[in-house]
Design a protein around this ligand. Structure first.
Ligand code: NAG
Ligand code: NAG
Length: 361
């Protein structure tokens, strides 16, 4: 009898433990950005030039079964790993998927929504017509919020949004397609980008968002698609300088903006810092290869464009930084998210880590 009671106690405590362990630290997560975060919005956009990762070998390692979900990865992307760090199973579903399933508001009220769209930029003009640009993602969020209020009431929604995690990662596509060459052109581009980025953040704040986790642009000059243009396969330093300069500009813009928006808290993840060791010493960072697309064709796996069913696959997907000619592997996304949440690495996140941001308030 005693044994049975003890066993029951173990089972109950075990269950409670399991449930609390999985309980997210924030009520919901809202995601805005580009292909590094897209979980399927572009699958629902019309047009033959829309970038979509809806065919193999995308998703070949997707947890629970190989399926091309729209993520530009062999499995999860960094939005999924940020979500997991927050206690969710993976990224919230894509806005257009939720709408098509008539499940937008239930998801928004319990887990969140992803508006991220591959190809999207801070500017509407970036890859225009083939993605959901940042300003439109913000409008979709506004529409979602209105419907949430109708369903759950203004007070409840206001409390929920104030504690929710807003993950934002955008800017690479604006820089990729920029034709700025002189230092003056580059500075002017930063000014335009930061002005529109700031407008989007301020709009979200006006609608009740308070916790922002930003991911800065990665070392664009090091992606296989850019390296392949150099005979030696080296990173394009000029392009990296432009990306680094944008990160620095964003860093100071956020430091200036935050005090003006009472109650706003943020963390900015610097991908350059996070990837420093990865490129200087791939083996030390746990990789065999940091310059070639695992799924691709030709030199550096980057001569045939995106990953397709006819691409050549590397043997060990986890040993590569890059999955396709532009995007990271599931493993690199996982390590990236870990760095964002690591409280000890002050250089990766400013002024606090994603973890501190999530737990705050
Ligand atoms: C800049 O942002 C505003 C406000 O979100 C938007 O209406 C406008 O279209 C954007 N401009 C460009 C060039 O993207
Ligand atoms: C290739 O990369 C090397 C090393 O960074 C650089 O010195 C060289 O100028 C690059 N070549 C081209 C054509 O960009």
């Amino acid at each position: 009898m005693k044994g049975a009671i003890f066993l029951l106690w173990v089972v109950v405590v075990g269950l409670v433990g399991a449930v609390t362990a999985r309980r997210p630290v924030v009520p919901a997560m809202f995601v805005l950005g580009d292909s590094t975060l897209d979980v399927g919005n572009n699958n629902h956009l019309p047009g033959k030039d829309v970038p979509r990762a809806n065919l193999p070998f995308y998703g070949i390692d997707f947890p629970g079964g190989a399926i091309a979900t729209g993520r530009f990865s062999n499995g999860y992307n960094i939005a999924d790993f940020v979500a997991r760090q927050l206690g969710f199973e993976r990224s919230p579903l894509a806005y257009l998927v939720l709408k098509s399933r008539n499940y937008l508001i239930p998801s928004a009220l319990t887990r969140g929504v992803s508006y991220a769209s591959a190809g999207a930029g801070i500017l509407d003009s970036t890859n225009a017509g083939n993605n959901i640009p940042l300003s439109e993602q913000v409008r979709y969020f506004a529409e979602t919020k209105t419907k949430m209020e109708t369903a759950a009431g203004r007070d409840k929604v206001s409390r929920l949004l104030a504690r929710s995690f807003f993950l934002v990662g955008v800017g690479s596509n604006d820089l990729f397609q920029s034709t700025a060459t002189t230092q003056g052109d580059v500075i002017a581009l930063y000014t335009t980008l930061i002005s529109n980025y700031t407008a989007a953040i301020t709009d979200l704040y006006g609608m009740g968002a308070r916790k922002f986790g930003f991911i800065s642009v990665p070392p664009l000059g090091c992606v296989p698609a850019v390296r392949v243009l150099n005979a030696t396969g080296a990173c394009n330093d000029a392009m990296n300088q432009v990306a680094m300069g944008f990160t620095a500009t964003l860093k100071s813009a956020l430091a200036g903006l935050a005090p003006k928006l009472t109650g706003l808290a943020y963390s900015l993840g610097d991908s350059f810092v996070a990837l420093e060791t990865t490129f200087s010493n791939p083996q030390a960072a746990g990789y065999e290869n940091a310059d070639t697309a695992c799924c691709g064709s030709g030199r550096l796996g980057a001569e045939g464009g995106y990953c397709t069913r006819t691409s050549k696959l590397c043997a060990n997907h986890d040993a590569y930084v890059y999955w396709d000619w532009i995007h990271s592997t599931q493993r690199a996304a996982e390590l990236g998210a870990q760095a964002l949440f690591n409280d000890g690495t002050a250089e990766v996140t400013t002024p606090i880590s994603f973890g501190q941001l999530a737990r705050e308030g």
